[in-house]
Design a protein. Structure first.
Length: 514
């Protein structure tokens, strides 16, 4: 007895967890929990942007970081909701599938004794024989109804049901949702994503290997080396085209690239646009960003000449005002390194205070603003950002704004702005479950449509011979769902039966004529 009392709370918890209401609540919570992941910067996607957000928001940013808001989909609380939803769906669906399977093979219920007590009922007399009326009833109902005929003490009773696909659709939706959850989890372990910035015409191609990506995000199995990346290579960015409408809104971004399906294959050309990736060996190459890469010719303090092109990162997504840096090493130990940091304004404008901004993303007589430093770039062997400059051991020589073709000399260092090239950010994504997820999504839509559009109906018809030689037909109906207008549907069904049976007169259920 004590053991049963101890198990009672566990049974109650399990019943609550596996109820459909709990599954819907958890599904809603999962959707709500995913909202911060689309609003706040996420550390796995952009660590530097996340750290900048934390620094800018002080204690609030630190608090959000402690509760996992900058890695929502990897947080403990998001995983807990995900797992609880998974368990709830499994525990809810298995009994429902079993019950529905039994209902599908079970014959329709016997006709109630008093059909006139049902929400919908009617009765009439006909001159046809009971067997004829039974055949006419089956024909009027059609193939959509499951029907069974029984003998009831000299009367013929027909039980008919339809709308089983409503529950089938409901179960299909939830099974597909469960499959989607499993596929997402499996896909995260087998997937990988790599990003690489490629400058047009700069011979900055790459192959699909971990070491050649600027940013690499592998799933668990991919990080353990159990997933072999497809052996393709992107050799070059041949041309990038950005098209804008009259209002300045972008209408198309297109990257023309040269690639090889494997290292030894012949080169091929293709174009990648937004939402239309290149697909190779199960991988997809997306165009996810673009910007400008200024070209500089730098005369070093020792007289050597360096030609360099570096991508600048947009800090304004609307005008593509961008920032970046150049790093040129001199002789070791001579403190003759040269660093150049600055901004690139595609369509420059003075804000009235002498500060250059950009007013449009198109490159129209752009300005490159630079600050030139000389000294020690402070290379310590640790990774450094290529977009920023460590000036702690450097001396600022000066600053200037340059148009293409202009140059400026600073204490033995000459910098010439030669022009600019477009760059694109390509993302290589691998997810072996993507096709199956599409199937699951389609199944969810089909199941949802079936569960909303189909209605459960039950109809019983009792056919009895009367003393005067005619046949009395009694009809009763019951809607198993509240949706739809069953009264109108039932009246139409009775009218079809009347037409087929050649009704003589309406009849009350007590046998007295109307």
């Amino acid at each position: 007895m004590a053991a049963q009392r101890a198990k009672a709370p566990l049974r109650q918890f399990w019943r609550t967890l596996t109820s459909m209401r709990t599954a819907l609540i958890l599904l809603f919570l999962l959707a709500v929990a995913a909202v911060p992941g689309s609003i706040l910067p996420q550390r796995p996607l952009n660590a530097s942007k996340t750290q900048s957000y934390i620094d800018d928001h002080g204690a609030w940013g630190t608090f959000l970081d402690k509760i996992g808001m900058f890695d929502v989909f990897g947080s403990v609380w998001f995983s807990a909701i995900y797992l609880l939803l998974f368990v709830s769906l499994v525990g809810c669906l298995i009994p429902r599938i079993r019950v529905h399977a039994r209902a599908m093979v079970r014959a329709p219920l016997k006709a109630p004794k008093n059909l006139d007590r049902l929400p919908e009922s009617a009765a009439y007399e006909t001159g046809h024989t009971p067997d004829q009326v039974a055949a006419e009833v089956k024909a009027a109902l059609g193939p959509r109804w499951r029907k069974i005929t029984r003998e009831e003490g000299g009367a013929i009773a027909i039980s008919a049901e339809k709308g089983y696909s409503r529950e089938t659709g409901n179960l299909l939706f939830h099974v597909a949702l469960l499959a989607a959850l499993i596929l997402i989890a499996v896909g995260k372990t087998w997937s990988y994503e790599g990003q690489r910035v490629v400058v047009q015409g700069a011979d900055q191609g790459f192959c699909n290997t971990v070491s050649q990506y600027d940013n690499w995000r592998p799933g668990r199995l991919a990080s353990e080396g159990k997933v072999s990346p497809a052996p393709f290579c992107v050799d070059s960015l041949d041309n990038f085209v950005a098209t804008y409408g009259s209002n300045g809104a972008p209408t198309q971004f297109r990257a023309d690239i040269t690639y090889r399906k494997d290292v030894d294959a012949a080169q091929q050309k293709t174009s990648i646009t937004v939402n239309h990736p290149m697909r190779l060996e199960g991988d997809r190459v997306y165009l996810i960003g673009h910007g400008f890469a200024p070209e500089l010719t730098i005369t070093m303090p020792d007289g050597t000449v360096r030609h360099d092109v570096q991508p600048f990162i947009p800090t304004d997504a609307n005008t593509y005002y961008s920032e970046g840096a150049f790093k040129e090493q001199g002789k070791s130990g001579a403190n003759q390194d040269v660093g150049v940091s600055g901004f690139f304004a595609p369509t420059p404008a003075d804000d009235g205070n002498g500060v250059i901004t950009s007013v449009a993303p198109q490159a129209t007589n752009p300005v490159l603003g630079i600050m030139v430093y000389k000294g020690n770039l402070n290379y310590t062997g640790l990774p450094q950002s290529v977009y920023s400059l460590d000036t702690t051991k450097m001396t600022k020589l000066g600053a200037v704004n340059l148009h293409a073709g202009e140059s400026k000399t600073f204490d033995g260092v000459t910098v010439r702005f030669d022009g600019w090239r477009p760059w694109v950010s390509l993302q290589v994504s691998h997810d072996p479950t993507q096709g199956y997820l599409l199937i699951a999504a389609v199944a969810m839509v089909i199941g949802l449509f079936g569960s909303l559009a189909v209605r459960r109906r039950r109809v019983w018809v009792r056919i009895s011979p009367s003393r005067d030689g005619s046949t009395v037909v009694q009809v009763g109906g019951l809607a198993r769902s509240d949706s739809g207008n069953f009264t109108t549907e039932f009246a139409a069904l009775v009218e079809r039966l009347n037409e087929r049976s050649g009704r003589v007169r309406d009849q009350r259920f007590d046998g007295a004529p109307v």
